[in-house]
Design a protein around this ligand. Structure first.
Ligand SMILES: [Zn+2]
Ligand SMILES: [Zn+2]
Length: 257
């Protein structure tokens, strides 16, 4: 039977599909249409700090990218920059959800490739020395069987040629952040993360990897944990980032480090 199946494959090769949009194609990997669309996202204005995409163009003239969103302008962030492959919508949202909820782990390789493309020429990211994925709580990890951020981090570590260090621990499950205001999100996450091995990050530029930047609160909390644990600088990257509104405040404000 195996021989016959092999013969059939040879005569009628299985059609390959784009991992993002599913359209049939000749090659393995993201199709030219999706690559084009994602390249277009890279030209959209984003918050200089958290990398979220603006709902509408900033009111202030965009000088380079030095415009912050309201959250980054008001709260400040413990990371220098966060960036994503594109906005959390359409194909990217579907891909992240299929990776997380249907266990399509192969998608992590494609998504990490797009994440790498988003930052390969960004000076902040060239400085990264170690890669640390945002952890799941032990309870959630048991449920899901894998940590999607660790799979993304694995792909990035390979492409960036820096070590993957899963040093962060999430010591308790936190309810979803959606619907919480800023104070609520902070209270929700307070003390949720720990560093397993502080020696591994001390004095280092750490690149934190997450699946989605929604409010930036999780990345901020993880970054605070790392900075307080001795990391020199924290930068972040995600497969996708949400949309938000610009604040008319110059960049330079909004950094807690
Ligand atoms: Zn496609
Ligand atoms: Zn921001």
């Amino acid at each position: 039977m195996k021989l016959i199946a092999g013969l059939i494959d040879l005569l009628f090769p299985p059609r390959l599909a784009c991992p993002l949009c599913g359209s049939p194609q000749e090659d393995i990997g993201v199709c030219p249409g999706c690559l084009n669309k994602i390249a277009g996202y890279r030209r959209e204005p984003v918050c200089f700090r958290c990398g979220r995409y603006f709902q509408r163009p900033p009111e202030a003239p965009v000088m380079d990218e030095a415009v912050l969103c309201r959250d980054c302008a008001v709260e400040g962030r413990f990371f220098q920059q966060a960036r994503a492959a594109g906005p959390y919508q359409e194909e990217l949202r579907d891909a992240v959800q299929r990776l997380k909820y249907t266990g399509r782990k192969g998608l992590a390789a494609h998504l990490s490739g797009l994440m790498f493309q988003a930052v390969e020429n960004n000076p902040y990211y060239i400085m990264a020395q170690v890669i640390a994925p945002v952890p799941l709580s032990p309870e959630r990890l048991r449920q899901r069987g894998f940590n999607q951020s660790e799979l993304l981090a694995f792909g990035l570590a390979e492409k960036m040629k820096i070590p993957l260090l899963p040093v962060l621990r999430k010591i308790r499950e936190t309810p979803p952040q959606t619907g919480l205001d800023r104070a609520g999100r902070e209270a929700n996450l307070a003390g949720a993360f720990r560093i397993g091995d502080p020696g591994a990050v001390r004095g280092k530029t750490v690149l934190v990897v997450d699946d989605v930047v929604t409010t930036g609160s999780t990345l901020n909390n993880v970054s605070e944990t790392l900075v307080r644990g001795g990391a020199a600088t924290v930068i972040c990257i995600a497969a996708a980032a949400g949309r938000t509104f610009p604040a008319a405040v110059p960049a330079g404000a909004g950094s807690k480090k």
